[in-house]
Design a protein around this ligand. Sequence first.
Ligand SMILES: [Ca+2]
Length: 613
Amino acid sequence: MEERSAAALFGKAASLAAGFLLIAGPGFSVGADSSGATAGAAGTSDGTAAADAARTSDRAASADAASVANALAERCAQLATTMRSWPERGTKIVTVDWRAADSTVRTPMGGTMKLAAHCEVTGVMREREGVDGQHYSIRFRLRLPEAWNQRFFFQGGGGTNGDIGDALGNISPGTPNALSLGYAVVSQDSGHDNARNSVPERGGAAAFGFDPQARAEFGGASLKPVADAAKAVLASFYGRRPERSYFVGCSKGGQEGMYLAQRHPEVFDGIVAAAPGFSLPRAALAEAWDTQAFASLIEPGKPASERKAEQLPATFSKAHFERVRSAVLEACDADDGALDGITGNWSACAWERVEPALQKQVCSDSADCLSKAQVEVIHRVYSGAKDSKGNSLYASWPFDGGIGSDGWRIWKIGPPAGGFPGINVAMGATALASIFTTPPTPVGPGVDAAFRYALSFDFDRDTPKVYAKGAGFKRSAWDDISARSPDLRKFRARGARMIVPHGVSDPVFSVNDTVAWYREVDQRNSGKAADFVRVFPVPGMAHCSGGPATDQFNAFDALVKWVEQGVAPEQLVAKAGPMSPWPGRTRPICAYPKVARYNGQGSIEDAESFRCE
Ligand SMILES: [Ca+2]
């Protein structure tokens, strides 16, 4: 009984985490409504459209368009039989459906959206039995628009993947998705299925980490096979291969973009690798480090084993984090010339400058006061995970105006109202145990089990497991899942381009790690990395989106202009969304190392009043 309720709690935590991930950014996706129009229904609707069109003066052209649509609908219906030759044996089409114009899918927020006419294909490959006795396969979804722009769009994954994705190609809030722009879009589950392969006793959805191949396919080994299969379907459906291929992802999807640029540089012409989890196993170490730091505030003196995950969210109230944020702003807001709540010159905001301001917030006469212990925890977290000799195990974090925002704290300790101990525990700890260490550790069901695993993680004893082989694993978790090589020679040589947006207050992947990688790339390219790859740190932004930030921008549009017209992006113009403190505010997001500085005149709500320098 107790086990069942613990499992239920884990399920709740996981769905909360998943709910967050759905709104976190373009890399995260939702399954499409499978109740769309069938090929037969599409035929009827096309017939009506053709009849309407015949009444217009442009009869011939309309009739042509209708016959093209009918031919594509027909070709769609026949794909299952016409696709005889696949790049990889064992690849199969599972479903094909012609979706007439204005058929609908569910959106992550619970509404519905209308889609352009397209052929929806789902497929499967590499069906097999894992060494853990589970049935695995790589499933993919492909949407082939009637009005094809002759381009291919691979949509990256999110979290621990395991979902086939919607293949809509979401780009950014308020902009049309890639499908409606005419791109053929593919998404995939990276070789495991959350509905089928979750095991409560092995970290829930992270259980696939017990199978070496499932781990490798999650790490990136599924990407090229799916891209090849998708391109084969395109060739069969349209009768030609795409002129351009793009990859767009955030978080795990950003890691996938990096993996492709480094290991399969021939596949994509352009890649948006946002908030890249390219050091995922190390970032998971840091998640455990943070959990231990925050948990030290729970009834100090009590043994770790008696602390409960549900106590984590209360270690900092909303008011506490507001005090932390005001201290950071007091120290660093003015650096960019504008007192606007944005630490534009974030890399100059060092602990030595923040600490005196934080100490001013330490008091004892109200519940909102910060304690000395809380200030120490902030320092411990921002210094980054270390072993007992002081060696850095991941990266430090920059002080920035997004510290403590709801999008930040949902990872570190959970929401202000409690009820969920944060994604670092619910997803981070289970993933560290099952996916990012060898041999994997079975963490029993429930968030308390995950919490106890994080608290018992020993950074001297257990860190080597990230780099260890053995127990049936021929490669380490780091070998399979990291994608942090600065060697992009082949990617550069073929003329490909990459854009890397990253929230400065990203709570799970530190922008400092991304910037350090960029410097290594720059060094290898004699200071000319910006010719083909640019990093865009977004002050205030949490993971992929959110936070007190101008977090709405179209990196994909900038990428396409760079690849196809040779226009290198100096800045992305970004807007603050309705949930920010300043809805409608605009800012230039500058290519690193430039930052946005106020001109000294003009509205601070307007990007025009700022310049990148
Ligand atoms: Ca400022």
